[in-house]
Design a protein around this ligand. Structure first.
Ligand code: FE2
Length: 206
């Protein structure tokens, strides 16, 4: 079920099919390609070009509720979830100075930027991952600045660990995030304590 608001009855008829088709096509093709992929790495390779195209149509299907923001922290607005929880698509809104904690995803993901510059600061795991939540040694890695139109992706095992956000001196950013599951929980890391814990995360629904 597409979690989006329909077009107002008075909208020009030609807007109706265009608005739904870009998102519907993206979801349909993402489901097919993710099911056909032999590995998470193959999956993001197949889906990244779809995200590149979707960005160009973001103005056609994003509704005002997808731009909701909160001064308390970055905002996750659900656009679509598949009934089997196999895929989820969110619009994330980042006000100046808002960042995630250090986190992983437990899933593959494909991210596209539709407004502003989303900054990613990476961490490199130095200790082997044997499933323990303690004794995790992380080193700071490089930063990536993702301008409007950029697409990035990640795969799990080993998990991609980073923070993302927008520094205070830059304007709002809006990004689309497609994951291989409902992204309702993930690990956050305490780098000095060398530990991690799993948290539940909320999102807005349309
Ligand atoms: Fe992330």
């Amino acid at each position: 079920m597409l979690a989006m608001v329909g077009i107002a009855p008075g909208a020009p008829p030609h807007n109706r099919p265009m608005t739904r088709s870009a998102l519907d096509t993206f979801i349909t093709q993402s489901i097919a390609r993710s099911r056909a992929a032999a590995s998470p790495a193959d999956c993001v390779l197949a889906l990244a070009p779809l995200m590149l195209d979707l960005i160009e149509h973001a103005g056609d299907f994003l509704q005002p509720e997808h731009y909701r923001s909160d001064p308390a922290g970055y905002t996750r607005n659900l656009i679509h979830e598949t009934p089997d929880d196999g895929l989820s698509l969110y619009a994330l809104v980042w006000l100046p100075g808002q960042w995630t904690p250090v986190h992983d995803h437990g899933s593959w993901g494909v991210v596209g930027v539709v407004e502003g510059v989303l900054e990613e600061r990476n961490y490199v795991r130095l200790s082997p991952d044997r499933g323990a939540d303690e004794g995790i040694e992380l080193a700071r890695g490089g930063a990536i600045l993702l301008n409007r139109g950029a697409v990035t992706s990640f795969v799990p095992n080993p998990d991609h660990i980073h923070i993302t956000g927008v520094p205070t001196e830059r304007p709002r950013a809006v990004s689309l995030h497609l994951y291989g599951r409902m992204m309702s929980n993930f690990n956050i890391y305490d780098v000095p304590a060398r530990s991690r814990r799993r948290i539940q995360v909320a999102h807005n629904e349309s």
